[in-house]
Design a binder for this molecule. Structure first.
Ligand SMILES: O=c1ccn([C@@H]2O[C@H](COP(=O)(O)O)[C@@H](O)[C@H]2O)c(=O)[nH]1
Length: 231
């Protein structure tokens, strides 16, 4: 387990509200994630405000485009000094290799680069509608193999696949798992879920947790309870 496995997903449409939460959090306890909604609304300035507060940031923009475009987007993320960023593995091997190579000039200042396999909101049935005739776990395994071949640091997957993936791809290949729900918390649109302690026991390196914290009556208490459940 990472010494700081929790990544709080900030999916807010209001910057003041997001900063009010951030100001109650301790960068020693968690990292933060900014995704498409907040980055579209508030852009690089938000990233700078978060960095000023000493948090490491996962810029979750899930780039999916032709190799040249994704390579430039990933380099732009590196310019922002983020800790981690990502692409979609279904963009293909050449795209992931181009993204990885675009980070070489940044040396040890480069962000960790990971690839999204199968979104945690998707079920086997939904994959079938896309023409994928294997289970989500099988498809995740295929995309993880491609990601490792491209030289990325790891993948986004469900914690439900974590033990199989650790056995297959080894301990250094990072598993970043959204779809985390403490017992009794509403799943919402997530399909392949696990509780925080189950996810860690299965081999997840990082737990991405949004609404169970941000929509809780007391977000700080919710985060502290999850943190304590992992000790
Ligand atoms: O497969 C994926 C990839 C990314 N996400 C993102 O993680 C958070 C999860 O938020 P919750 O509120 O805890 O459901 C969200 O920002 C997603 O964009 C994901 O859920 N699944």
């Amino acid at each position: 387990m990472s010494s700081k496995p929790i990544i709080v997903a900030l999916d807010y449409d209001n910057k003041t509200e997001a900063l009010q939460l951030i100001d109650k959090l301790d960068p020693k306890m968690c990292r933060l994630k900014v995704g498409k909604e907040m980055f579209t609304l508030f852009g690089p300035d938000l990233v700078k405000e978060i960095h000023r507060r000493d948090f490491e940031l996962f810029l979750d923009l899930k780039f999916h485009d032709i190799p040249n475009t994704v390579a430039k987007a990933v380099a732009a993320a590196a310019e922002l000094g983020v800790w981690m960023t990502n692409v979609h593995a279904s963009g293909g091997l050449a795209m992931m290799q181009a993204a990885q190579q675009a980070l070489l000039p940044y040396g040890d200042k480069a962000p960790l680069l990971i690839a999204v396999t199968v979104l945690t909101s998707m079920s086997d049935e939904e994959l079938k509608l896309l023409g994928v005739d294997v289970s989500a776990a099988e498809h995740v395994k295929r995309l993880a193999a491609l990601t490792q071949q491209a030289g990325l640091h790891g993948i986004v997957c469900s914690a439900q696949e974590a033990s199989m993936l650790k056995a297959e791809f080894g301990p250094e290949f990072k598993l970043v798992t959204p779809g985390i729900r403490p017992a009794g918390v509403d799943k919402g649109d997530q399909h392949r879920v696990m509780t925080p302690p189950q996810a860690i026991a299965a081999g997840s390196d990082y737990l991405v947790i949004g609404r169970p914290i941000t929509k809780a009556a007391d977000p700080l208490a919710a985060l502290s309870a999850i943190h304590a459940s992992l000790a």
